[in-house]
Design a binder for this molecule. Structure first.
Ligand code: GLV
Ligand code: GLV
Length: 276
């Protein structure tokens, strides 16, 4: 479909590889409708002189909010409660029914202190959570109460581990069997980044063995497929990749995509070129 075209607007579900790029020798820009761009072969684009752009910043708050929906949802068993009511199995208030975990005083572990990680950490203050984080580089300007740590240190201390790294060769299966084993058995993992940052089989194993308390996921290794062992677990809260899904945010992303696309086609510098 892109043969003969100059610009391509790509969704995160479109894999843009060398084969696709070679189908359009006239192509000058791939404007991704997403902040993440792991769906695009950057090296292949660069080799062909094709500019790649993304939509950072405009979806930060929406994604941070959804992360908190997941944090609250998994620690207070919102999914389980809703299923109980809808199934007609709720028999009334009971003192020990569906008990969750208090957030006040608990430790939030933010893996990846980019824009979204920071926005998630900022919201932690409102819930009285303490914050420990990992970052690729020193962060002099973050809240002094937030503690920088190594990943093993974060995993050993956090009550909620929330992932905010891009998917790269370095972060694929960042949480595997060894890392999940470092977590507290009472801790939860939350993922609004990319599914493959977690090894889903290792996650299912950890949940079944009771090595962690639960997981709340917005993203999966093979979307729209969800691993059957995660689907069948009561201790997992599942959403269909909704991180940036608000009307306002999706409109802003759309405008940004168009600006980036037109800038390249008109010979200007696009506001959001991806260059690594
Ligand atoms: C959504 O997942 C995005 O990267 O924008
Ligand atoms: C709960 O509804 C309470 O009043 O404690």
């Amino acid at each position: 479909m892109i043969a003969g075209h100059h610009g391509l607007v790509a969704m995160l579900t479109d894999r843009i590889d060398a084969e696709v790029l070679d189908a359009a020798p006239t192509l000058r820009v791939v404007a991704n409708y997403a902040a993440g761009y792991n769906n695009i072969d950057l090296a292949a684009a660069r080799a062909r002189g094709i500019v790649v752009t993304n939509t950072p910043g405009v979806l930060t708050d929406a994604t941070a909010d959804l992360t908190w929906a997941l944090i609250l949802g998994i620690t207070r068993r919102v999914g389980e409660g809703e299923r109980l009511v809808r199934a007609g199995r709720w028999t009334g208030w009971a003192p020990t029914q569906l008990l969750g975990m208090d957030l006040r005083g608990a430790m939030l572990g933010v893996v990846g202190m980019g824009r979204i990680g920071r926005a998630v950490a900022s919201r932690a203050n409102g819930f009285g959570m303490r914050v420990v984080f990992t970052a690729r580089r020193p962060m002099p300007d973050v809240d002094p109460d937030w503690r920088a740590a190594s990943l093993p240190d974060l995993l050993a201390t956090a009550d909620v581990v929330s992932l905010h790294v891009p998917l790269t060769d370095q972060t694929r299966h960042l949480l595997g069997p060894d890392q999940l084993a470092m977590m507290k058995p009472t801790a939860y993992v939350v993922n609004t980044s990319r599914g493959s940052v977690i090894d889903e089989v290792a996650l299912a194993d950890a949940l079944e063995a009771g090595r962690i308390a639960g997981a709340a996921l917005d993203v999966y290794e093979r979307e729209p497929q969800v691993h059957p062992r995660l689907l069948s677990s009561e201790r997992v809260l599942l959403l269909p990749h909704l991180g940036s899904a608000t009307t306002e945010t999706r409109e802003r992303m759309g405008s940004m995509v168009v600006e980036n696309l037109l800038a390249v086609l008109e010979g200007r510098r696009p506001p959001n070129a991806v260059d690594e």
